[in-house]
Structures are given as structure tokens and as C-alpha cells.
Ligand binder design. Sequence first.
Ligand code: IMP
Length: 429
Amino acid sequence: MPGVVILGGQWGDEGKGKIIDYLAQRADVVARFQGGDNAGHTVVVEGKQYVFHLIPSGIVLPGKTCIIGHGVVVNPFSLMEEKASLEKSGCQIEGRLWVSDRAHLILPYHKTVDALREAGLGSKKIGTTGRGVGPAYGDKVARIGIRMGDLLNVDYLAERLRQNAAIKNKELQQLGADSLIDPDKLLEELRPCIREISPLIKDTIELLHGELRKGKTVLWEGAQGALLDVDLGTYPYVTSSNTAVGGALTGTGVGPRHIQSVVAVVKAYATRVGGGPFPTQCAEEEDRIIREKGHEYGATTGRPRRCGWFDVVAARYSVQVSGVDHLAITKLDVLDDIESIRICEQYKLNGRLSSQFPSDIRSVESCEPVYTEIKGWCQKTIGVTRYEDLPTRAKSYLETIEKVVGVPISLVSTGPDRRDIIEKVNPFA
Ligand code: IMP
């Protein structure tokens, strides 16, 4: 049975929520594989907007099984809040949402460490979302993390919290924290979460493989984007997980044979939020125009995103490292009024042209984008659902991207609603 991975092909915020929601209609199971509540997936169904941070957006589709895999770091307080807010809007969660017992927790002290480390970096700060994601993954790799399954055994949890407090309080002191971890108090704070979340916790590897054996179709839901991948992105200006395709395998416990195709979602332009190099960032006025038209403000933090032109060098790199089969282009309509659109097919680095995405950020920082100018279509594309109904110049822009990136565009999103989409090829076929 087909399994499809949907991931971000740029620096996150590509509009994955919309594409995931659209394609999840064809899946039985939706499994989130990495990241934490740093993500913000916005889905609009019949005019009603939902913003997801942790829970797979497939939850708005009745009957789908949703999994938060062990590659995700889970803030139990955020999970409880998101669950309550979805239930309030009529979503049935229990019996449909499962959280891996192997997933690591983000606890309040991870957020404190995140903020203090950022403050210590001054102008070199990463620009994190402040959700404690990096420190929680750090503890996981350092083998001192606390996992969802530990919530099911309060005595063991109390012991782990005490051990962690002994280690983490030293770091908090060094960082100049106002207060230290009191493990007993933290345990008391966690109790309501434990009551609420315990019924959702299970071995999701067993669950997922059981579904695969029954011939069910799975959609793997990524967060952030390939250029923020901790191994493959613009390190250290990255998030702390594997956002590219490998994260789907390690983050849910499956082998590559279960994955039939990989969809990279990319915007018709580019954005980046937080610090780090962004070669195709627009000049001030164009940046402002795209930001306002595209509502380019973070769904999690509300921060303004930096806006830029479509970067083919970066997109080709993303496609290469994730073995991408399909592109889903979003927010084409944001470019509707722009008379002259740019696309970067090469960088100029140390006086030489290059089509390669550099491995070190100093080179990415000093890259000069080489642009091709494309005449804008200056016509509305919002809500178009048939490819042939797009303006000729919009089609030619998309065909240029397809040709230079080297991957077919299978989906084009033409607006925020689930219905605003052109489907050229079904990635599940
Ligand atoms: P963290 O994931 O909060 O540690 O942040 C690390 C970097 O990833 C920062 O530059 C963030 O702005 C960026 N980032 C994290 N999550 C997202 C997202 O969902 N969309 C876009 N950028 C993100």
C-alpha cells in the first residue's frame, strides 16, 4: 500500500499544512515524525481556520488515525492545550490520536535553557521559536531525556525528574537562571497532563506496523524544512531534528520500502524566519510587499518572516537529499500582482558561478544570487483549480521551476482553502 512523505523543501513555512490536509483525505494514517510545538501548520476547511503545532493536521478528517512519532519532542502542556482546543471545536481525539511512548518530553526548563542560550549568543542568536526544542533534543542525545512512556509510571518519573534536576540545575545556574528545577513541584504540575494524556500514549511502532500489515495507507507529516535539517541544513542556523526524508524513517520506526513517494512542498517564492543566511532575500520594498500579500508572519511566534525569490540551487539540494518525486507549489497567488519576478538558478561565489548549495554557512552567507527576470502574469490565480485556467505566464513560471529543479510539479495551491488547489498528479497513485 502506498505511503507518502510530505516535507518542507525550503526553510519551513511552505504551506505544508494545506497540502497535508488535502492529501490526508487519501490516507488512513497520518504520522508526524519530527520537530515539536515550534511548528505551526495552518489548515482552512470551509472558511474555518485550524492551527496545529503538535497534533497531525489529519485529525480534522474524521476516521483518520493520527500518530505523534517518537522523532517528535512533545511538550505535554502544549499537547494538553491543543487537544482541549481541538475538542472544543468539535474534533474527536480519543481513540484516534496516539503519541509514541518513546517520544521525548519538552519540560519547562528546556524553554528556560533555550531562552538563556539565545540571550547568551547576542547578535549570533539562532532566532529559535523559544519552545525548548533544541535543549530537549540535546537531552535526548545526551541520554538524560525523559520520555512520554515515563509519564505512565509516576515513581519512575519522579526518580528521573530528580536525576535531571541534579544535572540541569548546574546548567541553569551557569546560565544565570532566576529559578531552578524543583522536581517535586514539577511532578505536581505534570499530574493534570498525565491524567489527560496517558490514554494517548502507546508503542506507535507496533501500531504503525499493524496498520501497514493491514494494507493501510500512511502519510508521513514533516515539519520545518530541509534547509533547517540539523545535519543537512545551514548549521548552526537550523532546528534540532532531521526534517528531510530520513527523519520520517527514524522518527516513526519504518524502513524505506514503505515509502512510495516523497512530496516536497515549496512556496512560489521563499521565506526564512529566525537567523541564518538567506541568499535570495529581497530588497526592503519587495520584502515588505511579499510579506503583506503572503501574510508572512510566523504561525507559532507571530514573527515577521524574511521574504525572497525562488532559489533553485537550494530547492535542487533539498530534492537531492530527500529523493523528492513531486513538488507541491504553494502561494502562487501571492505573486499575482508582481510585474517582474526573479528566480535564482546559480550563485556567484568567490567570483565563480556555482549551482551547488555550499556546506558551510560562511559560503552560503557570501553567495551572490544570479537571477533570471521573468515577466509577471499580473492576473488573479486565487482559487484556480484547473491547470489550463492559469495565466500563460504563470504556467511558464511553474514550468521553468519544474525544468530547472528537475522534479515535476504535481500540485499547485492557489489559496488557503482545501478546495483552492490544482492537482496534476496524485502522489498516492
Ligand atoms: P527551534 O526549532 O525553535 O530551535 O528554532 C531553530 C530555527 O528553526 C530558527 O531559525 C527558527 O526560526 C526555525 N524554525 C523552527 N520551527 C520553524 C517552523 O515551523 N517554520 C519556520 N522556521 C522554523
